[in-house]
Design a protein around this ligand. Structure first.
Ligand SMILES: [Fe+2]
Length: 291
C-alpha cells in the first residue's frame, strides 16, 4: 500500500515522538492511515493537536490498530455527577496518584497492551502533563555488564504490588477482601522478561516500571534495588518527553516501547481525559506464565 507524506515534526531533544498536523483523525484515507501507522512504529508517540474527537471517533481510530482492551474510559477526577474528587484518601484520587509512577499499561494483565489513544477534554490551568519514556533507547544506553546481567531475568507484574507500594490501594474492598476495579484480578501475577523484543521492529526494549517486582532468583531487596536503578536511569533526558495538554489534543502511543506517567496537578480543578486501550497480540504480549 502506498503511503502519503505527513506534516510531521519530530519532538525536539528526545529519542522518540512526533507532532502531526494537517490530518483529520475522524476521516482518514487509506494512504494517510498507512503513513500514520508507519510513523507510530518509528516514533512510538504521535501527537495530533486540535482533533476534538468524539468517544466513538476515538474508539474507531484506536480499532484500526487492533482489537480494543477497552473502549474510551474517563481518566478523571470528576464523578458522574460532576463532583471533583481531590481528598487524599479518596479512591479516585488514589488511582490517579498511582499513575504518577512510570509504567507500561496492562503488564499486570495476562496480555500487555499494544498501545492507547488518549484525548484531552477538560484540562486544568496547570496543564496536568503526561510524560512518556523510551525504553528502547534506555536499553540501548545500558552498559554491557548491565545488559548481560539482565538478559535472562524475569519479573512479576501486579497492580496490587504497584498501588500497595505507593500507598494507593483502594479503601473500598469487596467481600473477598479484593477490589472490584480493573486490573485487580485473582490470576497468578504476570511473569515477564526484563528485556523484550518489539514484535514489529525486532528491537529490544526494557520492560520495567512500577508494576514490576520479584525478579526470579533474587531476594526482594536486590530485586527492588535493580528495578529502581534501571527505571531511574532509563527515565532521564533525552529519553523522556512531557506533554502539556490543550483541549482537543489526541495522542497515540506504542505501549510495547514507551512507559508513561501522570504529573501531579491541582486536583481541586476538574480534569477529564479519555483513554482507549488497544489490546496486545497474544503472540507477543502474553505473560510467560499465562501461556
Ligand atoms: Fe497508564
Amino acid at each position: 500500500m502506498s503511503a502519503t507524506t505527513l506534516d510531521l515534526t519530530p519532538l525536539a531533544d528526545t529519542t522518540f515522538g512526533a507532532t502531526i498536523r494537517g490530518v483529520e483523525i475522524r476521516d482518514l484515507d487509506e494512504p494517510t492511515w498507512q503513513s500514520i501507522y508507519d510513523a507510530w512504529i518509528e516514533y512510538a508517540l504521535l501527537i495530533f493537536p486540535g482533533q476534538f474527537l468524539t468517544r466513538d471517533e476515538q474508539n474507531a481510530f484506536a480499532r484500526t490498530f487492533g482489537e480494543l482492551e477497552f473502549a474510551a474510559a474517563p481518566i478523571s477526577n470528576m464523578g458522574k455527577d460532576g463532583t471533583v474528587h481531590h481528598e487524599p484518601g479518596d479512591d479516585v484520587v488514589k488511582s490517579l496518584r498511582g499513575n504518577e509512577g512510570w509504567h507500561f499499561d496492562s503488564t499486570y494483565m495476562p496480555v500487555q497492551a499494544k498501545g492507547a489513544v488518549f484525548t484531552a477534554e477538560i484540562v486544568p490551568s496547570g496543564g496536568a502533563d503526561t510524560g512518556w519514556a523510551d525504553m528502547r533507547a534506555a536499553y540501548e544506553a545500558l552498559d554491557d555488564e548491565t545488559r548481560q546481567r539482565i538478559a535472562d531475568l524475569k519479573a512479576y507484574h501486579s497492580l496490587y504490588y504497584s498501588q500497595g507500594r505507593a500507598g494507593y490501594l483502594p479503601s473500598k474492598q469487596n467481600a473477598a477482601g479484593g477490589y472490584d476495579l480493573y486490573g485487580y484480578h485473582d490470576l497468578e501475577p504476570s511473569l515477564r522478561p526484563l528485556v523484550k523484543v518489539h514484535p514489529v521492529t525486532g528491537r529490544p526494549n526494557l520492560l520495567i516500571g512500577r508494576h514490576a517486582y520479584g525478579i526470579v532468583g533474587m531476594d526482594e531487596d536486590e530485586s527492588v534495588a535493580l528495578l529502581d536503578r534501571l527505571a531511574d536511569e532509563a527515565c532521564r533526558p533525552p529519553r523522556v518527553y512531557h506533554h502539556r495538554w490543550e483541549v482537543g489534543d489526541a495522542v497515540l502511543w506504542d505501549n510495547r516501547r514507551l512507559m508513561h506517567r501522570g504529573i501531579p496537578f491541582d486536583m481541586t480543578q476538574p480534569r477529564r481525559m479519555w483513554h482507549t486501550r488497544i489490546a496486545g497480540e497474544r503472540e507477543s504480549e502474553l505473560a510467560i506464565n499465562h501461556a
